[in-house]
Design a protein around this ligand. Structure first.
Ligand SMILES: Cc1cc2nc3c(=O)[nH]c(=O)nc-3n(C[C@H](O)[C@H](O)[C@H](O)COP(=O)(O)OP(=O)(O)OC[C@H]3O[C@@H](n4cnc5c(N)ncnc54)[C@H](O)[C@@H]3O)c2cc1C
Length: 229
């Protein structure tokens, strides 16, 4: 019915079994976003914006600060994102924008935009996180971050209505995504390349192995028995 809006657990129809609108801890952020959308649509109140230094360092610093303290992006993974728009030497930071709203005609026109979400890797829920026999990438491995399975920041650069490039920040066991070499520097390099219209360089692999090898569970249990014996 036109003009009828829903808040609360019913909003899980937008992300059923994918994110957290079925729960208070998720839909409270959807409610706030709905309030902002209706304000922009009916009351001439644009989405709140924080002006930003438009340098790669300034944009990266703002993103790093937010992803290390946001609850909304943490709870509403892949559904809500922070947006940084860049145009004419000016940058602006918009918090907690529904990704679907950003992609809609209703979102104000932009030149270049970075959309920052927290996301799990594909099919992360198909494996038992406590199964040590499953191979997985090591934490803080920036070069393999695109293969990360668990919650980690993803930054997509948009221009002309399409995704230009995507940058994944490395998983971290304690969800600290602010290590200078691992998270900050590769993000600055990514933003710089996008703003300069240059190809995005690959992130150098770390000195240690990119993949944590699967554990031989038989050998592991024999060793444990030997220790106990
Ligand atoms: C066992 C359990 C544990 C949970 N644990 C958590 C948790 O740990 N964390 C978390 O975030 N979420 C949790 N949830 C989910 C959370 O409780 C719900 O998502 C939330 O309460 C939904 O709020 P709501 O206002 O959208 O809907 P509701 O609380 O269901 O409110 C809907 C209201 O509308 C009324 N109503 C329905 N039809 C009509 C009608 N025709 N006319 C008038 N009134 C009507 C109902 O009586 C009800 O009062 C849990 C849910 C359950 C069941």
């Amino acid at each position: 019915m036109p003009g009828l809006h829903f808040a609360g657990t019913l909003t899980q129809q937008r992300d059923f079994k994918k994110s957290t609108s079925g729960f208070i801890h998720g839909f409270r952020y959807g409610v706030r976003a709905l309030h902002r959308i209706l304000g922009a649509r009916h009351h001439g109140r644009p989405w709140p914006v924080t002006p930003l230094d438009d340098t790669p360092e300034g944009i990266a610093a703002a993103v790093i600060a937010r992803i290390n303290r946001t609850s909304a992006l943490w709870q509403q993974f892949a559904v809500l994102g922070d947006v940084v728009t860049v145009a004419g030497g000016k940058a602006a930071y918009l918090e907690e924008v529904p990704v679907a709203y950003f992609a809609s005609d209703e979102f104000p026109a932009y030149e270049t935009a970075f959309v920052v979400t927290l996301e799990y890797g594909p099919d992360h829920d198909q494996v038992d996180p406590f199964d040590i026999t499953v191979p997985r990438i090591a934490e803080n491995d920036a070069a393999a971050a695109h293969d990360a399975s668990y919650l980690h920041p993803v930054v997509r650069a948009h221009r002309g209505g399409r995704v230009l490039a995507t940058h994944h920040l490395a998983e971290n066991l304690e969800n600290h995504w602010n290590l200078p070499d691992v998270h900050v520097e590769p993000l600055i390099v990514f933003v710089k390349a996008v703003l300069a219209d240059a190809p995005v360089p690959a992130v150098a692999p770390p000195a240690s192995s990119a993949v944590v090898p699967p554990v031989d569970s038989d050998a592991a249990s024999s060793a444990a028995e030997a220790r106990q014996g």
